[in-house]
Design a protein around this ligand. Sequence first.
Ligand code: FAD
Length: 606
Amino acid sequence: MTNYETYHHDVLVIGSGGAGLRAAIEASAAGVSVAVVCRSLLGKAHTVMAEGGVAAALGNVDDRDNWKVHFTDTLRGGQYLNNERMAELHAKESPDRVRELEAWGAVFDRTDDGRILQRNFGGHKYPRLAHVGDRTGLEMIRTLQDYTIHLGVDIYQEFTIVSLLKEGEKIVGAFGYDREKGLFKVFHAKAVIIATGGMGRIYRISSNSWDCTGSGISLAYHAGAELIDMEFVQFHPTGMVWPPSVRGLLITEGVRGEGGVLRNNAGRRFMFDDVPESYRAQTSTDEEEGWRYTQGDKNAKRPPELLTRDHVARCIMREIKEGRGSPHGGVYLDIAWIKEKIPNATEHIRRKLPSMYHQFKELAGVDITKEAMEVGPTTHYIMGGVKVDADSQMTSTPGLFAAGECAAGLHGANRLGGNSLSDLLVFGKRAGEYAAAYAKKTPAGKINEQEVQEIATAALAPFERGSSAEGENPFQIQSKLQDRMQDLVGIVRTGKELEAAIEHIVQFKEKISHVACSGNRGYNPGWHTALELTHMITVAEAIARAALQRKESRGGHYREDFPEKSDAFGKVNIAIKKDDKGDMTVTQVTKPKMRDDLQQIVNEMK
Ligand code: FAD
């Protein structure tokens, strides 16, 4: 019989990123007892790395902006696979969420007349991203964290949740351990909010922090919740490619928003070569007009470097593949060229992009005020995740809610930059509000002691196998999984490669039942990785199976064997669920018809 400590709360929030903290604030304000559990330290969640800004149609820089334009930009970017109700709520509510953050103490950059400054970003028709230099996430987390603590929310840092606990169909708590001593913990909760972020670390090259393994998506899946849109992974066009130790680290789209341009090894601005039909009317045809757009000329159209991320990433891949890349397998991103255009360009770049300046100077020895950066695509974001009700954020499992990057629906086939920070504010708040309301009307459930013991025994099994010669090394499995995902389920996919990926994943699933670790339970990375592998492999399988099912190319999902969009697939989302035998089922779910008033807005904005 394994010992564990127990905790009781009405609402348990898993994750202390923007989504988790915003949810905790709202739930706590509703008067229920709230806890946040996170496996990093408070303030270290991945949101802190967000750079470019938070999208909200405040209209401070261009008063033609409003929620309807933001709504249609989001749908166009998502190639119309978005949940339109979520896109509507997001566009309508994000301005209030940003203003509220300001009222709570966030210090955004300012316009000359003292309003929140907004910058250009890919796919957004008008300058829309409220920002704090290129450290927006840091300021957001600082503000949300201060307020969460002020409200008296209980915080459990360096605790990892391994499994959710159910009574019948409904959620009644969660099982985890503290990383410091490796002791088991059982949380009793009437409602649980998953806010565990993304999954970039299941790929070899990623902009994400170590924490982003997709564990919340997997926790929800194993608790019976449905997943959707898992095939849509965003490969950000501009990650560092050199030196190898920092490959994948992000270079914010803000660089292009400030006038940075992409060139191949012949110095050609190749983004003018391929502009999608749906964006032609909004895109400049000459370099001069593109530059004027970045400097706030309301009559100019945006440069092709600010097309959506999926498209820019594929154009970069084309240049590299066809031999026009940079020495280390990327292309060039040049902001230094603006010296030709503005006085004090060096100072301007350092003020607008301080983190980028330091990142390149310290990590690559490159002064971005003088030289171009070498960049290439990096795994960045997952549009798919846990399926939620648009208004309440409740999943298909009663009592289980999800918000932020681990939840799906808002972004469809491709997310616009800046729409994640607004997503987590809008839907984090909603998740907190509805989880608190659910907890108030739901009696506390009963946790099954036998289930807890079984989970604990399984969690300790890698130690039991520690001395066995046949024991599998968790780091090796993780590393191979990352390679297979990078090579076979990456930016360009084929049916054959996806089938091969699934075969590998099935073998990895077999291997994790032999995974072994040694040492004691305190701060044991081998053990942590052994436990995390189940989640990483579950998420990898869901991505590969959904990608195999979608026989077309759209947004973040590109199939070389089906390079065109298909009308039929344009009407369906791919859903993933665990069946009664424990197998992963994949189905096509027809999207409901768009509400007439929303359809009318889309038609008017075309
Ligand atoms: P996170 O911030 O990732 O937080 C997840 C939390 O869950 C963490 O506290 C983690 O410890 C915890 N957790 C995870 N699993 C477990 C577990 N099993 N048990 C316990 N705790 C767990 N988006 C924008 O809109 N604008 C930007 O400018 C922008 N810039 C970005 C820059 C970079 C470099 C990157 C990589 C992304 C950027 N994004 C941006 C995307 C955006 O930052 C993320 O999508 C967003 O911050 C995710 O927030 P979240 O609250 O959902 O999750």
